[in-house]
Design a protein around this ligand. Sequence first.
Ligand code: FAD
Length: 433
Amino acid sequence: MEAMSEFDAIVVGAGPAGTSAAIKMASSGMNVLLVERADPPGTKNVSGGVLWGNDLEKIIPGWEKQAPYERVVESKAVGFLTRDSLINIDFRSRRLAEKATGHIVLRARLDQWLARKAREAGAMVISGVTVERVAVQDGVVKGVEQGGDLITSDVVILAEGANPRVAIDSGLRPPLRDEDVAIGVKEIIKLGEEKINERFNLRGKSGFAGEYVLGFLPEGVKAGGFLYTNKDTVSLGVVVSMKDLRKNGSTYSFDIIEEFAEHPYIAPMIEGGKVEEYSAHLVQEGGIQGVPKLYGNGYMIAGDAAGFSFSNGLVLQGMNYAIASGIAAAETAIEAKSKNNFSEEALAAYRERLMNSFVLRDLLDFRGIQGVTWSDTVHRVIPRVMEGVFEQLFTEDSQPKKHISRIVMDALSRSGMKTSDAIIEGYRMMRRM
Ligand SMILES: Cc1cc2nc3c(=O)[nH]c(=O)nc-3n(C[C@H](O)[C@H](O)[C@H](O)COP(=O)(O)OP(=O)(O)OC[C@H]3O[C@@H](n4cnc5c(N)ncnc54)[C@H](O)[C@@H]3O)c2cc1C
């Protein structure tokens, strides 16, 4: 007779994917072990971070009343920066705040709270332990290995984040390619609540989230910047294309965050602030091409480890995909337990669940979006053309005025792009976005 497993499920990684999976399974009575390398959970994690959507409600009813979030997004900006200018679209709406669709969070706090919720639901949570690999016998995952010890379970959920060493070292997914990831660098800057409210025109719990295209970087290097207001600090960071950075060879991600912070239209927002934390982390960027095989005999992969994230230059979302995929993996595990069948065929229901949710639908629908977010058009042409157009429009030089169409054509020609190419490129971008 086969020996019983020590746990029904082992979850590797206590980020939003892993904790969501653990909470869901433990709440349904499963015997769950959640293993996290950081002690306490969250201290190795980096996120902008706006937690978009309301997926936590499915596992923690009324989560918003208890969760340690900083502010709710009421003011959202999307801007293009050139060396001298900022072209900004600023959307402020009380309706955004009422819908509470974006919660600005600090991961160290959120993840510790989620890990506590997993414990309260009945999961065993071990922190400060790094899983080395999964144990595979006859093509079936039987548990995890760490320091020569084997801990057995019927199913393992790998939720280890954007650098999935366990899945790669265990042969469950291919190594990352440069195009699958970007590098995120982030500072937390202390400003004080009053100053933040004054500077960003905010009241109470309302918050500001800004995303910027850094159109002033050296040729070949592309990056986006973000600035989010927490209660009394701001999170400022950049996400840099790994592929470009490696090709360029002489620009470093830490230089780019400096340049972003010192930009004439970013610097005043953080003036007088004190950097309290500095961190760097990989960001999943691969889209559907970067998604590995998601399940097999005795295992499933969730969250960033599975390549689930979405970015269209206007928002960067990963935590909501992590939570939704963690829940989908947990539901599949609960079903598998009820049938005592953790085979690849049984766990195929995980993919079905993801296909019926925004997780895989978005990745499939927005196939190729990276071609827009990391394009020369977005990072070079649009910022320069818009700068040229607005500068002309708002400069009075006592000369006869030009029609806007003429101003746009002149700016396009200065950018080196033909009008016909601009129309085709614009159409392609609209379709992909
Ligand atoms: C700079 C930056 C800005 C971002 N901004 C946003 C944003 O604004 N909004 C948004 O939704 N998303 C954002 N993201 C993406 C978001 O952070 C991720 O999509 C999300 O954290 C994925 O959750 P996860 O649970 O899959 O992985 P993670 O949050 O990375 O959690 C994985 C966990 O596994 C642990 N772990 C790893 N290996 C092991 C091991 N071998 N053994 C034990 N434990 C292990 C890690 O310590 C970690 O706690 C941002 C990311 C970065 C880097």
